[in-house]
Design a protein around this ligand. Structure first.
Ligand code: NAD
Length: 359
C-alpha cells in the first residue's frame, strides 16, 4: 500500500480535517534563470504553475488564446512574465513565440477542458487537444527544447477497476473529452518513440483552488452557497481525488525535472477521494451555512458520470519525493477566501447565469 493509501485509511475514521503531509522540500533550482513556456498559462492550472515557476527565478512566457482562460488570472503578474496571445493551432505563431523566448522547458496546459461542452463541439475538442498537442511536440523537436510536459487527465482511465488507479490501469475513456486526452497522451508516447521528442506525461486528477475557469463542482458549490442556503448539484455520490492546485503545479514542476523516462505517464493526485456530498457539507460549514440544503437536480446530471477516481501516486512520490502539502479543508478555506476577495464571481459567470451545461 502506498503512503497515500495508508493515510487514506486513517482519514476514513475521522472526517475531512486531513492534515497536510510532511515531505522534504522539492529541488527546483533547475528552473533558475531558465526560459520556460506555459501554454494555457491563463487557465486554472496554468496560472498556478506560472506563479510557482516565478518563485524559482525562471523566465516565464505564457502562450494562450483566452478561449476560456482569463487575463485577470495573470493581472497581478504584469511586468514579471511575457504574455503572448496566440492559438496552439497556429503553428507559425507558436514557433515564433517559442524561438523568440528561446524556450527550454514547455508545460503544455492548453486544453478544451469542460466535459459537457464536448456534447456540442466534439470536433473542437479533437482539434485543440490532439492537433494542438501535436503542434507543441513538433515544435519541441524543431527548436531542440530540453523537455515538454503534457498535462493529461485521470479521465483517460475511465471507470476505476481498483480502489486506486495506478499508471498500469486499463485505459477506457468514456467521454469525448477523455478520448481526446488519451489520443494526445498516446501521441506523446508515439512521437517520443518515432522522433525522440523529450516529453513526459502528467495524468492529473481533479485540481481545485483559486482561479477556476469552468463551472466545476467546488467553485460551483462555493458560488451557490455565497448566494443562499441551497446547493443544487448533479451526482452527489461521485467521488473525486481533489488536489489543491498549488500541489498539482508543484507535482508538474518536479516531474518535468525528474528522471521519469521520456514517453512515460505519471499520475499527479493526492490519493484522497471525497464525495461531492461531503465536499458540499464541508464548504457549507466553512462558509457559515451548516444547515444548507443539498438538492439533487436531474438537470445537472451528466450523460455519463464516473463514480470514483482515486489516485495511486506512488510513482510520482518515488521519482520526485512529491507529497501534497495543502490539506483538504485548508485548501477549501483558501479557495473560499480567494473567491470572497476577488469579487465573489468566477470568470465563467460573466457568460452563464447558472451551470446550464450540466446535462
Ligand atoms: N483542472 C483539472 O482538474 C484537470 C484535471 C485533469 C486534466 N486537466 C488538464 O489540465 C490542463 C489545464 O486544465 P485547466 O483546468 O487549467 O483548464 P483551463 O480551461 O482553465 O485552461 C486551459 C487553457 O488553455 C487555453 N486554450 C484553449 N484552447 C487554446 C488554443 N487553441 N490555443 C491557445 N490556448 C488555448 C484556454 O484559454 C485556457 O487558458 C488541460 O489540458 C486539462 O485537460 C485538468
Amino acid at each position: 500500500m502506498n503512503r497515500g493509501a495508508s493515510s487514506q485509511a486513517k482519514r476514513r475514521k475521522g472526517e475531512l480535517r486531513l492534515p497536510a503531509e510532511e515531505g522534504s522540500p522539492l529541488n527546483f533550482a533547475g528552473y533558475h534563470g531558465r526560459n520556460v513556456m506555459v501554454t494555457g498559462g491563463a487557465g486554472f492550472v496554468g496560472s498556478a504553475l506560472v506563479r510557482q515557476l516565478l518563485d524559482t527565478g525562471a523566465n516565464v512566457t505564457v502562450y494562450d488564446n483566452f478561449l476560456h482562460g482569463s487575463r485577470a488570472n495573470l493581472d497581478d503578474l504584469k511586468g514579471k512574465i511575457a504574455v503572448i496571445p496566440g492559438d496552439v493551432l497556429d503553428e507559425w505563431k507558436l514557433l515564433d513565440a517559442a524561438t523568440g523566448a528561446n524556450v527550454e522547458y514547455l508545460f503544455h496546459c492548453v486544453g478544451d477542458t469542460y466535459v459537457p461542452t464536448a456534447y456540442d463541439v466534439p470536433k473542437r475538442f479533437f482539434r485543440i487537444n490532439v492537433e494542438g498537442t501535436m503542434n507543441v511536440l513538433l515544435l519541441a523537436k524543431r527548436t531542440g527544447m530540453k523537455r515538454v510536459l503534457y498535462v493529461s487527465s485521470t479521465e483517460v482511465y475511465g471507470e476505476a477497476q481498483a480502489p486506486q488507479i495506478d499508471e498500469g490501469h486499463p485505459l477506457h475513456p468514456l467521454n469525448t473529452y477523455a478520448v481526446s486526452k488519451l489520443a494526445a497522451d498516446r501521441l506523446c508516447f508515439s512521437l517520443f518513440l518515432e522522433h525522440k521528442i523529450p516529453v513526459v506525461i502528467a495524468r492529473i486528477f481533479n485540481a481545485y483552488g483559486p482561479r477556476e475557469t469552468e463551472p466545476y463542482v467546488i467553485p460551483e458549490i462555493i458560488a451557490q452557497l455565497d448566494r443562499g442556503d441551497t446547493v443544487r448539484l448533479g451526482n452527489i455520490h461521485a467521488q473525486r481525488d481533489f488536489t489543491y492546485v498549488d500541489d498539482t503545479a508543484r507535482g508538474l514542476m518536479a516531474l518535468m525535472l525528474s528522471d521519469a523516462p521520456d514517453g512515460t505517464p505519471v499520475n499527479v493526485g493526492s490519493g484522497f477521494p471525497y464525495s461531492v456530498e461531503q465536499v458540499a457539507k464541508t464548504v457549507a460549514r466553512l462558509m457559515g451555512r451548516p444547515n444548507a440544503k443539498i438538492v439533487v437536480d436531474p438537470k445537472r446530471l451528466r450523460r455519463y458520470d464516473i463514480n470514483v477516481f482515486c489516485c495511486n501516486n506512488s510513482l510520482l512520490r518515488k521519482l520526485t519525493g512529491w507529497v501534497p502539502q495543502v490539506g483538504f479543508e485548508d485548501g477549501l478555506q483558501r479557495t473560499i477566501e480567494w473567491f470572497r476577495e476577488h469579487g465573489r464571481r468566477w470568470s465563467w459567470e460573466e457568460f452563464v447565469d447558472e451551470t446550464v451545461m450540466y446535462r
